[in-house]
Write a protein that binds this ligand. Structure first.
Ligand SMILES: [Zn+2]
Length: 321
């Protein structure tokens, strides 16, 4: 197994060269990778611990910082770390040598975590894959502060707009209900079962996937029921009569509009989610329709638009937990 495959960090003391079996059980020699290029932002000369990333970048940091921001390191650093022979060494060099912790994360991830824990400028959190890597590392090393920052980053417009389904999956996984609700609401304009999102859906645990699919289903149902309402839209009454001449009329334009909207929520849900359907040419045709007997306009534009807007507004907006 290579050093990068270590599940948890291990402590070593350099120099001298160690026997790998002492501190890296089941590992091939890794001492040769224990010292790499120092990271310029984390190269404190009075540091008492060195973190070495999987790509051999070293970070000289203070153990009290790690202990105060990471539950994992707090536990690790509270344990006896060095073989007694090292502790008892008479060599001043050995006695002052900082501990080296090998971790499996890359230097980029480690830099991000340490930046969040030490009050430095935050890393760019616009790359979803990077944020996901940081999340896994923050969870692994029990870093609540970093997790809070990453949770906020996930609700940024950049990540939410680009990956709402993935953000929803992560929020559900972490039990971040409010974040999940926000992310779910950002999926309303998406064709969830379209080819582009199939892979993203596989990241969602089944109960939460069902909740999201039900949200989209409920929106279709509420829209259909609203458009068919006899109370809200008199054109649904059959037979229907012109309110001016009382002769029977066929509401072909109204039926076309309903069909357009029902197709939109299936095939162009963004038009429903953004209200773009209110600008559709079908609506203009509706308002120009007139009674074939007396030529009076059949529909009241302001009243019809108001009720259509109210219908859009009462469509479910997010998941229910
Ligand atoms: Zn008429």
């Amino acid at each position: 197994m290579a050093a990068a495959a270590l599940e948890h960090p291990t402590l070593a003391t350099l120099p001298p060269k160690q026997e790998p079996s002492d501190v890296f059980p089941n590992e091939t020699p890794v001492v040769s990778t224990s010292v790499g290029a120092p990271h310029p932002l984390f190269d404190s000369p009075d540091a008492d611990i060195i973190l070495c990333s999987s790509d051999a970048i070293t970070f000289r940091v203070h153990s009290n910082v790690l202990a105060s921001t990471s539950g994992f390191f707090r536990t690790l650093l509270s344990l006896p770390q060095c073989p007694p022979s090292y502790k008892r060494s008479s060599s001043p060099t050995l006695a002052l040598s900082p501990e080296v912790v090998h971790i499996t994360e890359s230097g980029r991830v480690l830099e991000g975590l340490l930046s969040m824990c030490t009050g430095r400028e935050l890393p760019q959190l616009e790359d979803f894959g990077f944020v996901e890597e940081l999340l896994h590392a923050a969870e692994k090393y029990e870093m609540p502060g970093a997790l809070s920052v990453l949770r906020l980053a996930l609700t940024s417009t950049t990540l939410l707009d680009a990956h709402p389904v993935r953000v929803y999956a992560i929020a559900c996984q972490w039990g971040w209900k409010e974040t999940a609700r926000v992310a779910a609401s950002r999926t309303l304009g998406l064709d969830l079962l379209g080819h582009a999102l199939v892979k993203d859906l596989t990241y969602i645990e089944s109960p939460h996937l069902i909740s999201l699919l039900l949200l989209h289903r409920r929106r279709r149902d509420v829209l259909r029921q609203g458009l068919d309402s006899l109370v809200e839209f008199y054109a649904n009454n059959q037979p229907s009569r012109c309110c001016n001449c009382q002769k029977e009329v066929v509401h072909g334009e109204w039926l076309s509009l309903k069909l357009t909207w029902l197709n939109a929520i299936e095939q162009r849900p963004a038009d429903i989610a953004t209200g773009a359907v209110l600008q559709d040419s079908q609506l203009h045709k509706l308002f120009s329709a007139s009674c074939p007997h007396c030529q009076r306009l059949l529909y009241n534009p302001s009243g019809t638009i108001l009720r259509l807007k109210q219908l859009l507004e009462r469509l479910p907006k997010t998941v229910e937990f």
